[in-house]
Write a protein that binds this ligand. Structure first.
Ligand SMILES: Cc1ncc(COP(=O)(O)O)c(C=O)c1O
Length: 432
């Protein structure tokens, strides 16, 4: 697609079979009530309007039923997380037994590392990407230190080749072929948060497993953005948050995937077993029928539900029910199709800005989701000024240190018109 052959955004919107979905979300406005152009679903997804009624129902049930709501609320609170399982399984391409909504991303990452990072002998390293999201790096470094090892040597950060912004899967394979026997675990993002690069998770998993390493993934920027098939990839575990593309709301309940082969191998009454290591446990991971007998012996719930620690935060989970219902109705296939077209449209509008604006996200459609990451020529200071000027024109995008503006047209609620507005605002800002 070239800028000349693009066509008017309105025509694209009119032909979009998913255009009605936008009306299911609350669209942010400025202090004067004028609509903003929201292109920030990679950071915080928009409020699904149906979420309010779901939260109200929980508040009403709490008001009327008190403690009885655990069993007699419209959606009883004890098994509340199960309301989310089918939607999460669909979006991750996993079996229902392999996914659970619980905690938040970093907590889940620690729980997974507690189970799957078992340094032994010379095999102590964790391989991550250089420039990983700080939360992930802190979690990994602290897990290494917590086991009495030195993150300086056991934490390996794979950097892009000089002058490049992205790391290719081949570089991971090359590193593992050379050093895999010292690597206990590879933790990789499904989509890189700063560049928007999509990784081939099956390929990374194969490379890790070939050398006897565990393969875990952070799906924060993948889930709801690109189709996933976590079961098929054979990955050992994955974690995610639900406030970005999943529109679960600020601080929404996160999620976790553990592959079925580990679940099958778990002894039901033990905390240790066929996994690489032990599982940290709480009462919510205990099987439900006998949980309230409060017996000392732990009996694991079936599936990854056994990793739950605490009873679920109902008010932080209710909005996600509303959002997952929209995903299930639309289907990830149709959303991805629109996403590809919408992001390609935005990329085509932005390409003529080169060299003043450089899109660092890979151009190849399989290697990107909806996010485009822009670097503005003239240094980070100028980039920040451009970002702020875009904000003053009603563009809601974000800035990621050191020098990137992230822009994400989300197929659930963004229009081609939004891409057009952004390009127009950028034209004006760069003229100034
Ligand atoms: C890639 C990545 N990892 C980790 C986190 C931290 O998530 P949480 O605060 O939910 O633990 C985020 C949050 O945006 C993220 O994008």
């Amino acid at each position: 697609m070239t800028a000349a052959s693009l066509g008017a955004p309105g025509a694209w919107d009119a032909a979009d079979p998913l255009r009605e979905l936008r009306a299911r979300f609350a669209l942010p406005v400025n202090a004067q009530g004028a609509p903003l152009t929201y292109l920030c679903g990679h950071s915080l997804g928009l409020l699904p309007l149906a979420a309010r009624a779901l939260i109200d129902e929980e508040l009403d049930d709490w008001a009327h039923l008190g403690v009885e709501g655990h069993e007699h609320a419209r959606r009883p609170w004890i098994p509340y997380h199960e309301n989310l399982t089918a939607g999460l399984a669909m979006l991750t391409g996993a079996r229902a037994s392999e996914v659970v909504a619980m905690n938040s991303l970093t907590v889940n990452l620690h729980l997974m590392l507690a189970s799957f990072y078992r340094p032994q002998g010379a095999r102590t390293r964790i391989l991550i990407e250089a420039g990983a999201f700080s939360a992930d790096r802190h979690a990994v470094a602290s897990q290494i230190a917590w086991r009495g090892l030195d993150p300086q040597t056991a934490l390996v950060e794979l950097a892009p080749r000089p002058g490049e912004d992205t790391v290719c899967e081949e570089a991971i394979e090359t590193y593992l072929q050379a050093h895999g026997e010292q690597v206990a675990l590879v933790l990789w993002p499904g989509v890189q948060f700063r560049t928007g690069q999509v990784f081939d998770l099956a390929r990374i998993t194969r490379a890790a497993h070939a050398l006897g390493c565990i393969a875990g993934f952070d799906l924060a920027h993948s889930i709801g953005n690109v189709p996933l098939s976590m079961h098929e990839t054979g990955a050992d575990f994955a974690v995610w948050c639900s406030y970005k593309y999943l529109n679960g709301g600020p601080g929404a309940i996160g999620g976790c995937f553990v592959h079925q082969r580990h679940l099958d191998a778990q002894p039901p009454t033990s905390h240790s077993g066929a996994l690489p290591g032990a599982r940290l446990a709480g009462w919510w991971g205990h099987e439900e029928p006998t949980r309230f007998l409060m017996e000392p012996q732990f009996r694991a719930a079936a599936g990854v539900a056994a990793w739950q620690l605490s009873n679920p935060p109902i008010l932080a989970a209710a909005p996600l029910i509303a959002s997952l219902a929209i995903f299930q109705e639309a289907g990830m296939g149709a959303l991805r199709e629109k996403s590809r077209a919408l992001t390609a449209y935005l990329a085509s509008l932005l390409r003529p800005f080169a060299p003043a604006v450089h899109i660092i996200t890979p151009e190849e459609p399989q290697q990107r989701g909806c996010q485009l990451s822009l670097r503005i020529a003239g240094g980070a200071g100028h980039g920040k000024q451009v970002f702020e000027a875009l904000g003053a024109r009603g563009m809601v995008v974000d800035w990621r240190a050191p020098d990137v503006i992230r822009v994400a047209p989300v197929p659930l609620y963004n229009r081609f018109e939004d891409a057009g507005c952004f390009a127009q605002a950028l034209t004006e800002v760069l003229k100034e």
